[in-house]
Write a protein that binds this ligand. Sequence first.
Ligand code: FHN
Length: 602
Amino acid sequence: MLRGAAMELKEEPMLGALLTAVLMVLPFAGPGTNHVVDDPFTSARTSWYRDAGFGMFIHFGAYSQLEGEYKRSDGSVCQDAEWIMNKCKVPVNEYEKLVKSFNPSQFDAKAVVGTAKAAGQKYIVITSKHHDGYAMWPTKVNKWNLRDHSSFDKQRDILRELKQEADRQGIKFGLYYSTWDWHDPDARNAATFGKYKARMKAQLTELIDNYDPAVLWFDGDWDTDNPPNPWTKQDGAELEDYLRAASPELVINNRISKRAPGVKERRVVDGDFGTPEQTFPSAPIDGQLWESCMTIPKKWGFAKWDTNFKDSKTLTRNLLDITSRGGNYLLNVGPDKLGRIPAPEAERLRAMGSWLSANGQGATVYGAEAAGLVADPAWGAVAQHGNKLYLSVYDWANSLHLKALEPFDVTAARVLGSAQAVTVSKAGDGIDVKPSGAKTSDVASVIELTVKSEVAAPAGTGNGLSVDYFPTSDWTGTPTHRVDPTINFAWRFDGSPAPNIAADHFSARWTGFVQPRFSDTYTFTTVSDDLVRVWIDGKLVVDASSPHQVRVDKGTIALQSGRKYSIKVEYAETVGEAFMKLIWSSPNTTQQIVPKGQLYSS
Ligand code: FHN
């Protein structure tokens, strides 16, 4: 593993530098390259992340020293938090002077990790470098960092302290890193941007080698000229390759890429998970894992005037809504200039943890998935965990209706933390759940249903799909034939299905059979660039046949378990990036790349 090599060579600084230099230029791509490493929906690499459900974001940096206020020379006061240098137009040299006194002497990793544990948060993501470019570790790349530009104890390293404490207390450690940088002059200058990128890669190598993060959470992926941000989608793609080679177990967010000017939406092909911010979707995101990040007050970084803290009921219900839709909740704290988590934030987190640890209510979050068997109810949220449905009831009533999306039986029902009887009966388009007693909590009372739905057909013995790859974008010319285990490709800018197929102007036709394990209405989802059509049992289920940028399309079809249905997928790439993924889901099947065992080439 390259990371191991880098670690071993750390003791040999010259060789380590040589390896780092080689890594930076090693061509990871070219015709025949598929940049996909696995299916984040099901891979062992992302398993801990999918089960975690709840993490702590920490926005802590030089900006914390200003406590959210900048007093101008004319006496006026400008307020912001982690954006204060930019929004208040603080001259760089003045900002440098102001943060020289930064001294987070009371930063206590044990207390920070203890607060995360008390909240029930299973991972931490701390800002290692925000947009102001200030590194929170003793980077060798420059002097703009907590070791070389502060009044902090030069023997201390807060990232190491936090990493060691997270390891000791058994929670995962992650790092936020902004590709956009207001301080490094090369970061805003297209002509010298390559120097900044080299420094960025060297810093990221330091972070991987010295702190072994489980998550790298990138930020700063928007098009702007304040200051200019020359980062490109291609830079993001190359960096993702580099990082995955350097640390194969890394989980990476989608903001490693770059959004086109004026584009608000982020793509589902970058990194491993999407990052809705200060909000969350009403249903699982098609095509990618996702994590909602949110603040407790208004701002991410500490601001002494920012005292409108969300209450713990709202925050807990946010968590339940998010995890019932297949997402994670990354909830932020903004330590003050001494490194202390504001008491109101710690108090809300403890309250969330108390609710999660009471009556086994954590089962609504940890390892929970979107409940495909029922529709999202108005009175609360429903998550599924194996053969259990967890009904988190916000609006308690002694009769709660659930719309069934597929038939299932309820073999047991109980209210967590109460001995009250619960009866369940078929009713209209679903079931009525009738708890006989009072609610157990003002936040959410949890009813656990043990359900028996259709038993899966035995796992398939498929080998994948037969495929012809054509050297044109219209399925003409002499094809290259093979069998693909799945349809899960990110050819990106320079990759292609085979070394003899150019990166642009190629097409593919997969054929064979697909075998569902349940008698369900299946949703087939494609992630494609440039165009795709999917036929199943002769029915055109997905038709995205006009050339497009990265796009998600889907269609449904009712299938009987165990039967083999003919499937044909036609795909074409014209120019630029190329992606093609075939995903399925059903009331009994969580969203995933259609697995090899359920695909037959003949
Ligand atoms: O500009 C940053 C902001 O300061 C904060 O870090 C958030 C957290 O997701 N991300 C950016 C805004 O989208």
